[in-house]
Design a protein around this ligand. Sequence first.
Ligand SMILES: Nc1nc2c(ncn2[C@@H]2O[C@H](COP(=O)(O)OP(=O)(O)O)[C@@H](O)[C@H]2O)c(=O)[nH]1
Ligand SMILES: [Mg+2]
Length: 307
Amino acid sequence: MILDSVFSKFKKGLSKTRTQMKSGLGKLFTGQIPMSEEILDTLEALLIEADLGMDLAMELIEDVSKHFPISTPVTSKNVLEYLQKKLIQKLEKTNIKEVNVHGTKVVLVVGVNGSGKTTSIGKLATLYANEGKSVLLVAGDTFRAAALEQLTIWSERAGVEIIKNQAATHPASVVYDALVSAKTRNIDVVIIDTAGRLHTQTHLMDELEKVHRVVKKVFTDAPHETILVIDATTGQNGLHQAEEFSKSTPIDHLFLTKLDGTAKGGIALAIHNKLDIPVRYVGLGEKASDMDYFNPTLYIKALLDLD
Ligand SMILES: Nc1nc2c(ncn2[C@@H]2O[C@H](COP(=O)(O)OP(=O)(O)O)[C@@H](O)[C@H]2O)c(=O)[nH]1
Ligand SMILES: [Mg+2]
């Protein structure tokens, strides 16, 4: 995919956040005015409102105030350009885990209910299928019949297989059977959907650990990628979810969904800044093609677009 189209997708998805930032700054700055405490305070409030998180917002304000000392003449463009540069510097280092899998790649997808797990799995399945890979979806959410139906629809859309076992009493047994079958048939990618665990529910977290163990029984080096799905519209709560889920299973990457529906797109930056878990994918809508790999530089440019 060419960068231009990724950029325009980000731009479209983040339009709400961008409009909020711009109108806020626009009211503050008309032409060139001297830097003041009031400008710094308003800017900080805007960054927090856009969900960059308190820590990152405060760091940035400190940088801005050093670069543009009080009374220095500034325009809103100066400040936004500087913010872009600083954010890109902070987030350039991404820690994407690329494993070289010989044989079947096992992807485990976890997250709270409604975060967008099943939808994101549909998008990933489409991506892999378009690369010519054989894909098997595993319905590990055995608690809700609707969840099974939804995953089935996505498997049909993507033209990939699905394994489900409505009679199974425990998701771990569905996962086990599916992986054994995938191994025998040398499937390229297995993506496991799981029930929406509330991170406060200990038994559900225990169940997730059980699924993890079962995966290892079939493929000792799996899961090759564990993705935590986070709904960007839930804001700073996403940080807390990431911390909690990490306790029961190591998380490699985040899939940040619903960036199209929020004025708080800065959560991607807050998570990147605070936790050592990179955002690898972003969801920008409900269709299969409404996703992309997260690119911090393009993302920040789209967020703080100056044109
Ligand atoms: N606008 C938007 N909606 C999304 C996105 N990802 C998921 N959704 C919607 O969020 C709702 C919950 O998604 P679902 O995949 O069922 O979540 P799950 O409970 O975690 O499996 C559904 O209505 C999806 O269509 C996204 O990136 N953008
Ligand atoms: Mg689901």
